[in-house]
Design a protein around this ligand. Structure first.
Ligand code: ADP
Ligand code: NA
Length: 330
């Protein structure tokens, strides 16, 4: 039986990924790569919507790819590649943009929020058409399944609409993908501001646990994490967002139930709990960090692996694009 195809990606928008990317994406990708014919992209074209220095941009792309591999995405089992290495993404995006209503794109909340906050002149057309590029990413590979957080649901809906629209107008061409929504407990919050999502593009990184942080830096950030004055290690998202967030991280990395962790720390203070968590996080990150640094020490070999994978990706993407061009009369 042939495997279903799965597609996902992340922006290379920082030197390191953060623990939310690890728990919410990489750990799940790692588990999914056997069950699916998986494509994992470093979406550097998407990252162009933010300004950046060219040399730093190139380095972030390499570092992101290295962290995928270090976290267990195997480039021999999954297709792990850099988006801009496959020109078909930008080509299909153009075609799909001619099928997307201006109002339809304008209703995408990420663009609406950003342009409302900073003004339309401080945003760019790339941000406006970002969801169409995302649709192209997914549809190029005849993707069956897309694992997404609920903040991406609207983009997957647009992707499905565009696939159906194209198929209806020009004949069956695209697989219409299905979203797989992540568990709510896979969402990690900022350690200093535990009601907002941890993000690699956060303004301050005091509450961000970077995958490539040195162990003592991770430990320090955990020891300083915001909690509350109750002193009990107990899960309650509303009343105790800080402690609950730490419990979720603990549980995600150890595979233990939150209740079992609460029991273990019953009657003990936050200091003990944080020390325990710091140990868990450092133990998890250390091998990943070491492997990533090893991969980054040999950029030529990393580039070779990425080039081989880009070729694998391109062979699938080019077939879809040729089909599309044929059907629309190009
Ligand atoms: P970031 O906000 O760090 O730039 P992205 O929005 O680029 O992250 O998301 C990349 C992937 O990481 C997505 O699959 C997303 O669901 C996951 N992710 C990002 N932040 C978190 C988080 N705080 N908790 C869980 N998953 C997250
Ligand atoms: Na696979």
């Amino acid at each position: 039986m042939t495997q279903q195809r799965l597609y996902s990606g992340m922006q290379p928008s920082a030197d390191s990924l953060q623990i939310g990317n690890y728990i919410g994406a990489l750990l799940q990708w790692r588990d999914l790569q056997d069950e699916y014919d998986a494509f994992f992209s470093v979406v550097d074209l998407h990252a162009l919507t933010q300004p950046g220095d060219p040399a730093e941009r190139r380095e972030k792309t390499r570092r992101t790819a290295a962290q995928y591999i270090a976290a267990g995405i195997e480039p021999s089992r999954s297709t792990l590649y850099v988006q801009s290495h496959v020109p078909a993404h930008a080509e299909l995006q153009w075609v799909l943009s001619t099928l997307t209503g201006f109002g339809e794109a304008g209703r995408m909340t990420q663009f609406k929020d950003k342009s409302a906050r900073y003004g339309t002149d401080a945003t760019n057309v790339g941000l406006f058409t970002y969801p169409v590029l995302m649709a192209a990413d997914i549809l190029l590979y005849q993707t069956d399944v897309v694992p997404v957080g609920d903040d991406q649901k609207q983009h997957i809906e647009l992707t499905r609409d565009l696939a159906e629209r194209f198929n209806q107008r020009f004949g069956e061409t695209f697989t219409v993908p299905k979203p797989v929504i992540q568990r709510e407990t896979a969402r990690i919050y900022d350690l200093q501001n535990p009601t907002s999502k941890m993000s690699k593009s956060a303004e301050s990184d005091a509450g961000v646990l970077w995958l490539l942080d040195e162990p003592k830096v991770s430990a320090k950030k955990i020891m300083r994490a915001v909690t509350d004055s109750e002193g009990a290690v107990r899960f309650d998202r509303d009343a105790k967002p800080g402690v609950s967030n730490l419990l979720v991280i603990y549980s995600a990395l150890t595979g233990r139930d939150i209740a079992a962790i609460e029991d273990e720390y019953a009657g003990r203070g936050y200091g003990d709990f944080k020390k325990g968590l710091a140990e868990v996080v450092v133990n998890e990150f250390e091998p990943v960090r070491e492997r990533a640094l090893e991969l980054l020490a040999d950029p030529a070999e990393l580039d070779r692996v990425l080039a081989v994978n880009a070729e694998k990706a391109a062979s699938v993407a080019e077939k879809t694009l040729a089909d599309v061009y044929d059907r629309i009369g190009l």
